[in-house]
Write a protein that binds this ligand. Structure first.
Ligand SMILES: Nc1ncnc2c1ncn2[C@@H]1O[C@H](COP(=O)(O)OP(=O)(O)OP(=O)(O)O)[C@@H](O)[C@H]1O
Length: 284
Protein backbone atom coordinates (compact mmCIF):
# COMPACT_ATOMS: atom_id res chain seq x y z
CA UNK A 1 0.00 0.00 0.00
CA UNK A 2 1.29 3.48 -0.92
CA UNK A 3 1.59 6.26 1.65
CA UNK A 4 1.75 10.03 1.02
CA UNK A 5 3.50 12.57 3.19
CA UNK A 6 3.48 16.38 3.29
CA UNK A 7 6.64 18.25 2.44
CA UNK A 8 8.66 18.81 5.63
CA UNK A 9 7.01 15.90 7.48
CA UNK A 10 9.29 14.04 9.87
CA UNK A 11 9.43 10.31 9.22
CA UNK A 12 11.35 7.19 10.19
CA UNK A 13 13.09 5.43 7.30
CA UNK A 14 14.27 1.85 7.60
CA UNK A 15 17.79 1.44 6.20
CA UNK A 16 19.59 -1.87 6.52
CA UNK A 17 17.33 -2.98 9.38
CA UNK A 18 17.92 0.32 11.25
CA UNK A 19 15.44 3.17 11.68
CA UNK A 20 16.82 6.57 10.68
CA UNK A 21 15.12 9.95 11.35
CA UNK A 22 14.40 11.85 8.11
CA UNK A 23 12.47 14.79 6.64
CA UNK A 24 10.27 14.57 3.52
CA UNK A 25 11.51 16.79 0.66
CA UNK A 26 8.78 15.92 -1.78
CA UNK A 27 6.17 13.28 -2.32
CA UNK A 28 4.46 12.73 -5.66
CA UNK A 29 5.08 11.85 -9.32
CA UNK A 30 5.86 8.32 -8.29
CA UNK A 31 8.79 9.32 -6.06
CA UNK A 32 9.20 10.12 -2.43
CA UNK A 33 12.36 12.09 -1.65
CA UNK A 34 13.51 12.27 1.93
CA UNK A 35 16.63 13.70 3.53
CA UNK A 36 17.76 11.54 6.39
CA UNK A 37 19.49 13.25 9.31
CA UNK A 38 22.70 11.64 7.95
CA UNK A 39 22.38 12.29 4.18
CA UNK A 40 19.88 11.94 1.32
CA UNK A 41 17.98 8.94 0.04
CA UNK A 42 15.43 8.59 -2.70
CA UNK A 43 12.61 6.11 -2.43
CA UNK A 44 10.17 5.21 -5.17
CA UNK A 45 6.58 5.59 -4.08
CA UNK A 46 5.87 2.03 -5.16
CA UNK A 47 8.29 0.85 -2.47
CA UNK A 48 6.98 3.10 0.27
CA UNK A 49 5.35 0.70 2.66
CA UNK A 50 4.60 1.19 6.35
CA UNK A 51 7.57 -1.15 6.90
CA UNK A 52 10.01 1.17 5.06
CA UNK A 53 8.79 4.68 5.89
CA UNK A 54 6.40 5.87 8.56
CA UNK A 55 5.46 9.16 10.19
CA UNK A 56 7.34 10.23 13.28
CA UNK A 57 5.20 10.71 16.37
CA UNK A 58 4.96 14.27 17.73
CA UNK A 59 6.66 13.23 20.99
CA UNK A 60 9.75 12.19 18.98
CA UNK A 61 9.66 15.39 16.92
CA UNK A 62 9.47 17.69 19.95
CA UNK A 63 11.62 15.57 22.23
CA UNK A 64 10.63 14.67 25.79
CA UNK A 65 12.23 15.21 29.21
CA UNK A 66 11.08 11.79 30.39
CA UNK A 67 11.48 8.97 27.91
CA UNK A 68 8.62 7.04 29.47
CA UNK A 69 6.46 9.68 27.68
CA UNK A 70 7.83 8.70 24.24
CA UNK A 71 5.08 7.16 22.14
CA UNK A 72 7.64 5.29 20.03
CA UNK A 73 9.75 2.98 22.12
CA UNK A 74 12.49 1.65 19.88
CA UNK A 75 16.24 2.19 20.05
CA UNK A 76 16.27 4.82 17.27
CA UNK A 77 13.62 6.94 19.03
CA UNK A 78 15.52 6.76 22.32
CA UNK A 79 18.84 7.72 20.68
CA UNK A 80 17.16 10.47 18.65
CA UNK A 81 15.59 11.95 21.78
CA UNK A 82 18.91 11.90 23.65
CA UNK A 83 20.68 13.44 20.64
CA UNK A 84 18.12 16.23 20.16
CA UNK A 85 18.42 17.17 23.82
CA UNK A 86 22.21 16.90 23.78
CA UNK A 87 22.36 19.36 20.84
CA UNK A 88 20.57 21.91 23.04
CA UNK A 89 22.97 21.23 25.94
CA UNK A 90 20.25 19.29 27.79
CA UNK A 91 22.53 16.42 28.73
CA UNK A 92 20.16 14.86 31.27
CA UNK A 93 17.00 12.91 30.43
CA UNK A 94 14.74 10.97 32.78
CA UNK A 95 13.57 7.44 32.13
CA UNK A 96 11.03 7.26 34.94
CA UNK A 97 13.15 7.38 38.07
CA UNK A 98 16.36 6.58 36.18
CA UNK A 99 18.54 9.41 34.89
CA UNK A 100 20.41 9.13 31.57
CA UNK A 101 23.39 11.49 31.21
CA UNK A 102 25.25 12.20 27.96
CA UNK A 103 28.83 13.38 28.48
CA UNK A 104 29.06 16.88 26.93
CA UNK A 105 32.89 16.93 27.05
CA UNK A 106 32.68 20.68 27.75
CA UNK A 107 31.67 22.95 30.60
CA UNK A 108 28.02 24.02 30.34
CA UNK A 109 27.75 27.40 31.95
CA UNK A 110 25.70 27.55 35.16
CA UNK A 111 24.77 23.85 35.09
CA UNK A 112 26.35 22.97 38.43
CA UNK A 113 26.68 26.29 40.27
CA UNK A 114 25.49 26.91 43.82
CA UNK A 115 22.27 28.50 42.64
CA UNK A 116 21.38 25.24 40.86
CA UNK A 117 22.06 23.25 44.03
CA UNK A 118 19.68 25.45 45.98
CA UNK A 119 17.07 25.42 43.20
CA UNK A 120 16.99 21.60 43.02
CA UNK A 121 17.03 21.26 46.81
CA UNK A 122 13.72 23.15 46.96
CA UNK A 123 11.83 21.04 44.40
CA UNK A 124 10.58 17.48 44.21
CA UNK A 125 11.85 15.03 41.60
CA UNK A 126 10.15 15.75 38.25
CA UNK A 127 9.24 19.40 38.99
CA UNK A 128 12.39 20.79 37.37
CA UNK A 129 14.22 19.62 34.21
CA UNK A 130 16.17 16.35 34.62
CA UNK A 131 19.45 16.85 36.48
CA UNK A 132 21.90 14.87 38.60
CA UNK A 133 21.03 17.25 41.48
CA UNK A 134 17.37 16.16 41.23
CA UNK A 135 18.48 12.55 41.81
CA UNK A 136 20.78 13.60 44.66
CA UNK A 137 17.98 15.61 46.28
CA UNK A 138 15.45 12.78 45.96
CA UNK A 139 17.94 10.39 47.50
CA UNK A 140 18.71 12.75 50.39
CA UNK A 141 15.01 13.40 51.12
CA UNK A 142 14.15 9.71 50.90
CA UNK A 143 16.44 8.88 53.85
CA UNK A 144 13.75 10.45 56.03
CA UNK A 145 10.71 9.88 53.81
CA UNK A 146 11.32 6.14 53.66
CA UNK A 147 13.21 5.82 56.94
CA UNK A 148 15.87 3.80 55.21
CA UNK A 149 19.31 3.99 53.63
CA UNK A 150 19.43 5.00 49.96
CA UNK A 151 21.78 4.03 47.16
CA UNK A 152 22.63 5.62 43.80
CA UNK A 153 24.18 3.27 41.25
CA UNK A 154 26.12 5.01 38.49
CA UNK A 155 26.87 2.86 35.49
CA UNK A 156 28.16 3.40 31.96
CA UNK A 157 31.02 2.69 29.57
CA UNK A 158 34.51 4.14 30.02
CA UNK A 159 34.51 7.92 29.65
CA UNK A 160 30.72 8.17 30.03
CA UNK A 161 31.07 10.49 33.02
CA UNK A 162 30.57 8.22 36.06
CA UNK A 163 33.37 9.77 38.12
CA UNK A 164 32.20 13.31 37.34
CA UNK A 165 28.61 12.34 38.22
CA UNK A 166 29.77 10.85 41.53
CA UNK A 167 31.62 14.08 42.36
CA UNK A 168 28.52 16.13 41.51
CA UNK A 169 26.41 13.95 43.81
CA UNK A 170 28.93 14.49 46.61
CA UNK A 171 29.00 18.23 45.90
CA UNK A 172 25.21 18.42 46.27
CA UNK A 173 25.09 16.25 49.41
CA UNK A 174 27.92 18.19 50.99
CA UNK A 175 26.07 21.45 50.39
CA UNK A 176 22.85 20.00 51.84
CA UNK A 177 24.74 18.77 54.87
CA UNK A 178 26.33 22.17 55.49
CA UNK A 179 22.96 23.88 55.31
CA UNK A 180 21.11 21.33 57.45
CA UNK A 181 19.63 22.30 60.78
CA UNK A 182 22.01 19.96 62.56
CA UNK A 183 25.13 21.85 61.56
CA UNK A 184 26.17 24.48 64.09
CA UNK A 185 26.81 27.94 62.54
CA UNK A 186 30.42 27.75 63.71
CA UNK A 187 30.98 24.63 61.61
CA UNK A 188 29.39 25.58 58.30
CA UNK A 189 32.22 23.93 56.40
CA UNK A 190 33.00 20.84 58.40
CA UNK A 191 36.11 18.85 57.86
CA UNK A 192 34.09 15.71 57.04
CA UNK A 193 32.51 17.22 53.92
CA UNK A 194 35.75 18.80 52.83
CA UNK A 195 37.56 15.50 53.28
CA UNK A 196 34.96 13.59 51.24
CA UNK A 197 34.93 16.05 48.34
CA UNK A 198 38.70 16.49 48.36
CA UNK A 199 39.39 12.75 48.57
CA UNK A 200 38.46 12.35 44.87
CA UNK A 201 41.59 13.96 43.34
CA UNK A 202 43.78 12.02 45.79
CA UNK A 203 42.12 8.72 44.89
CA UNK A 204 42.42 9.63 41.20
CA UNK A 205 46.13 10.39 41.60
CA UNK A 206 46.69 6.83 42.80
CA UNK A 207 44.14 4.89 40.81
CA UNK A 208 43.62 6.59 37.44
CA UNK A 209 45.36 6.12 34.11
CA UNK A 210 45.14 7.47 30.59
CA UNK A 211 43.35 5.07 28.25
CA UNK A 212 42.18 5.25 24.66
CA UNK A 213 38.69 6.15 25.89
CA UNK A 214 39.43 8.54 28.73
CA UNK A 215 42.44 10.67 29.72
CA UNK A 216 41.48 10.29 33.36
CA UNK A 217 40.11 6.77 33.55
CA UNK A 218 39.39 5.17 36.94
CA UNK A 219 41.00 1.77 37.23
CA UNK A 220 38.71 0.68 40.06
CA UNK A 221 35.06 0.86 40.97
CA UNK A 222 34.12 2.96 44.00
CA UNK A 223 31.66 2.28 46.77
CA UNK A 224 31.12 5.44 48.79
CA UNK A 225 29.21 5.27 52.04
CA UNK A 226 28.02 8.43 53.77
CA UNK A 227 26.55 8.49 57.27
CA UNK A 228 23.95 11.13 58.02
CA UNK A 229 22.75 12.28 61.42
CA UNK A 230 19.03 12.60 62.17
CA UNK A 231 19.41 16.34 61.53
CA UNK A 232 20.72 15.84 58.02
CA UNK A 233 24.41 16.52 58.22
CA UNK A 234 27.15 14.16 57.14
CA UNK A 235 28.86 12.71 60.17
CA UNK A 236 31.27 10.37 58.47
CA UNK A 237 31.83 8.17 55.48
CA UNK A 238 34.12 5.75 53.77
CA UNK A 239 35.28 5.06 50.24
CA UNK A 240 35.85 1.43 49.32
CA UNK A 241 37.66 0.72 46.08
CA UNK A 242 37.01 -2.53 44.26
CA UNK A 243 39.21 -4.29 41.73
CA UNK A 244 42.26 -2.08 41.62
CA UNK A 245 44.41 -3.20 38.69
CA UNK A 246 48.18 -3.24 38.74
CA UNK A 247 49.84 -4.31 35.53
CA UNK A 248 53.39 -3.18 36.06
CA UNK A 249 54.57 0.37 35.61
CA UNK A 250 53.76 2.60 32.67
CA UNK A 251 56.40 5.09 31.67
CA UNK A 252 55.51 8.19 29.71
CA UNK A 253 58.45 7.51 27.35
CA UNK A 254 57.44 4.04 26.31
CA UNK A 255 54.53 4.13 23.89
CA UNK A 256 54.58 0.39 23.50
CA UNK A 257 54.39 -0.26 27.24
CA UNK A 258 51.60 2.26 27.51
CA UNK A 259 49.43 0.79 24.76
CA UNK A 260 49.88 -2.84 25.75
CA UNK A 261 49.25 -1.99 29.37
CA UNK A 262 46.17 0.04 28.45
CA UNK A 263 44.82 -2.79 26.33
CA UNK A 264 45.28 -5.24 29.13
CA UNK A 265 43.63 -2.98 31.67
CA UNK A 266 40.74 -2.17 29.34
CA UNK A 267 40.20 -5.85 28.70
CA UNK A 268 40.03 -6.78 32.36
CA UNK A 269 38.27 -3.69 33.56
CA UNK A 270 35.44 -3.54 31.05
CA UNK A 271 33.19 -5.94 32.88
CA UNK A 272 34.13 -5.09 36.45
CA UNK A 273 34.88 -1.45 37.04
CA UNK A 274 32.25 0.32 35.00
CA UNK A 275 30.07 1.33 37.92
CA UNK A 276 30.27 3.19 41.19
CA UNK A 277 27.77 3.45 43.99
CA UNK A 278 27.01 6.11 46.56
CA UNK A 279 25.19 4.84 49.63
CA UNK A 280 23.46 7.25 51.96
CA UNK A 281 23.10 5.61 55.35
CA UNK A 282 20.29 6.41 57.71
CA UNK A 283 21.83 7.78 60.92
CA UNK A 284 24.88 6.29 62.60
N1 LIG B 1 28.94 16.44 33.26
C1 LIG B 1 30.09 16.71 32.63
N2 LIG B 1 30.36 17.95 32.19
C2 LIG B 1 31.50 18.23 31.53
N3 LIG B 1 32.47 17.31 31.26
C3 LIG B 1 32.27 16.05 31.69
C4 LIG B 1 31.07 15.67 32.39
N4 LIG B 1 31.14 14.36 32.67
C5 LIG B 1 32.33 13.94 32.20
N5 LIG B 1 33.01 14.95 31.61
C6 LIG B 1 34.34 14.89 30.94
O1 LIG B 1 34.56 13.55 30.52
C7 LIG B 1 35.74 13.03 31.10
C8 LIG B 1 35.53 11.56 31.44
O2 LIG B 1 34.57 11.46 32.48
P1 LIG B 1 34.75 10.44 33.71
O3 LIG B 1 36.17 10.34 34.10
O4 LIG B 1 33.76 10.83 34.75
O5 LIG B 1 34.31 9.10 33.00
P2 LIG B 1 34.14 7.64 33.66
O6 LIG B 1 32.80 7.13 33.23
O7 LIG B 1 34.38 7.72 35.13
O8 LIG B 1 35.27 6.84 32.91
P3 LIG B 1 36.13 5.56 33.42
O9 LIG B 1 35.18 4.41 33.53
O10 LIG B 1 37.11 5.38 32.30
O11 LIG B 1 36.76 5.96 34.70
C9 LIG B 1 36.02 13.91 32.33
O12 LIG B 1 37.40 13.98 32.61
C10 LIG B 1 35.46 15.24 31.90
O13 LIG B 1 36.43 15.95 31.13
Amino acid sequence: RTHFYDEGARVWVREKEQLVPATVNSCGDGTLVVTTDYGEVRIKTAEVTREKVYAMHQSSIDGVEDMSALAELHEAAIMHNLYQRYQKDNIYTNIGSILAAVNPYKQISGLYDLEKVHQYSRHQFGELPPHIFAVANECYRCIWKRHDSQCVLISGESGAGKTESTKLLLQFLSEMSQNSAGTPASEKTTRVEQAIVQSSPIMEAFGNAKTVYNNNSSRFGKFIQLHFSECGNIQGGCVIDCILHSYGSVTPHSDHTRSSCTCCVEHFSSSYTQSSAVMLCHHL
